[in-house]
Design a protein around this ligand. Structure first.
Ligand code: GLU
Length: 495
């Protein structure tokens, strides 16, 4: 038997030894990493750690046509940005290496030969044109598309002669004609299909690469994977895998197929068209990785005490895939925003400032950042809100006449603005702080019998160009005396 490892695979180990828990995530480097994959990874990670087992990262790069350069490195990087890591993997190695399928072609080849020799697989020489015609014919007759088995019974000697002759071929699994194929899914219970409904899958492609089905079965077995937790989009593949396990004489792992996420509006499977789906994209928007992980933990799973704010350690302690809901779950952005706010407010001012660095625009004055933060941190939902919440302090403001006037006359507004700027001009720079500013402004309002509502809103808008801001006097203090006066004067020119 060919083995990639120097440790014995499960089948060779003594029956008395308890099986160590080993889970895996097996991304294909075909694009950006989807947040649904991250959620699946988190569950695999937690289940391994729950048992003191190992979590493995395997790269499934057998589809050469769909491979995207650099995707593997990006996937590994984003997983680590979320604070997760693997015990064995392509960059770290491990006792079952290599962990990159393109480096394991010899191993798959050995099992393909074994399956052919034992009559569980066969060479197929159908050309792509032949297959296209077959499909068209089935379509015309209203039949589901499937391989018609035309090379299934070709004598092996004849097939080998054709191979020796250089004819292109693939290898297909000879799915038994009439068997019940059953497996137990931790989330969905017993699942049973008839082998008659399973196509003779290609297991080795004409380029000499295995298909996903073969490579993942061989590797899950050789890498001693005990549990496969994966998205429900793979559930139709699992009976094929079970057939392969039987043909190879191996015991399948325990399966759990996890529900897909629905778009935030509850309609349809979460997709790019409806917003952010990439794991990196959420970080780029300023979701904290720990808030995202917490959100993914409670999406379709509940803590025994219904606690919603959970650490990774607590999740690892309580998680059990059998408790995952089988129902599709809405990717509730409201809840994610709520959690992100909680995690943002748990950070100290220094920690938050550190996290904010990548989101601070180049024109924001560095020495004012902590003052800004102090005033806006309660309104920060995502870190990238920082710019929109603070820009009025360091970028020119533009006033709209109607916002300044509201129901007042131009004369009144100009007089209010002028009086205010004169009053504030008398404050010495050393006294330019919120309390002193407030004393001056309140006194003006009282002495002139101005409507408090109208006047304070006018000052707020004149000074910031906005109607909703952090507390007015603190905001003016941080803005500084000369800029405050300049804006009060600028507003007078507009009405
Ligand atoms: N390579 C597959 C993927 O891209 C792995 C599926 C599985 O977990 O078996 O997700």
């Amino acid at each position: 038997m060919i083995s990639s490892s120097n440790l014995p695979p499960a089948a060779n180990r003594g029956a008395s030894q308890p099986r160590p828990i080993r889970t895996r995530m097996a991304p294909s480097p075909t694009g950006t990493y989807h947040v649904g994959n991250l959620a699946t990874l988190l569950k695999n990670y937690a289940w391994a750690k729950h048992h003191g087992g190992r979590f493995i990262l395997r790269l499934e790069d057998t589809d050469q046509r769909r491979e995207v350069a650099g995707a593997a490195e990006q996937i590994m990087e984003v997983i680590r940005l979320y604070g997760l890591d693997w015990d064995e993997g392509p960059d770290k190695g491990g006792p079952y290496q290599p962990y990159r399928q393109s480096e394991r072609l010899e191993i798959y080849r050995g099992y393909v030969d074994q399956l052919i020799d034992q009559g569980h697989a066969y060479y197929c020489f159908a050309t792509s044109q032949e297959l296209a015609e077959m499909r068209q014919d089935q379509q015309r007759r209203g039949l589901p598309p499937r391989y018609d088995g035309r090379y299934r019974d070709l004598p092996l000697a004849e097939a080998r002669a054709r191979v020796a002759d250089g004819q292109p071929y693939v290898v297909r699994l000879k799915v038994p004609l009439d068997q019940r194929i059953a497996f137990t899914d931790l989330v969905r219970g017993k699942i049973e299909v008839s082998s008659a409904d399973i196509d003779d899958q290609v297991i080795l492609k004409s380029d000499g690469f295995p298909t996903y089905h073969l490579a993942s079965v061989v590797d899950d077995h050789l890498m001693d994977i005990s549990h496969v937790l994966r998205g429900e989009e793979w559930i139709s593949s699992t009976p094929k895998h079970v057939v392969l396990y039987r043909a190879l004489g191996w015991q399948p792992p325990v399966y759990a197929h996890l529900p897909v996420f629905l778009n935030p509006d509850g309609k349809g499977k979460m997709s790019k068209r409806n917003g952010q789906v990439s794991a990196q994209g959420f970080l780029d928007q300023g979701y904290l990785p720990e808030a995202m992980l917490n959100f993914l933990m409670i999406l379709g799973w509940a803590h025994p005490e219904e606690t919603e704010v959970l650490s990774l350690a607590e999740y690892v302690r309580c998680f059990d895939p059998a408790d995952v809901s089988a129902k599709s779950v809405v990717f509730d952005l409201g809840k994610l925003n709520w959690l992100n706010g909680i995690y943002i407010r748990r950070l100290s001012a220094d920690q938050l400032l550190e996290r904010l660095r990548p989101f601070v625009p180049g024109d924001a004055p560095q020495d004012k950042l902590s003052d800004y933060l102090e005033l806006v941190k309660d309104r920060l939902v995502k870190l990238n809100d920082f710019e929109a919440l603070t820009a009025f302090w360091y970028r020119p403001v533009r006033h709209q006449a109607d916002q300044l006037l509201k129901k007042s006359s131009a004369e009144q507004v100009v007089s209010q603005l002028k009086t205010t700027s004169q009053g504030l001009a008398a404050v010495t720079p050393a006294n330019w702080h919120a309390e002193q500013i407030e004393t001056v402004v309140r006194k003006l309002q009282l002495n002139n019998h101005w409507s408090k509502r109208q006047y304070f809103m006018l000052v707020r808008y004149a000074v910031t160009g906005q109607t909703a801001t952090p507390p007015l006097f603190e905001t003016m203090a941080v803005l500084g005396k000369s800029e405050t006066l300049a804006r009060l004067n600028q507003a007078q020119q507009v009405v």
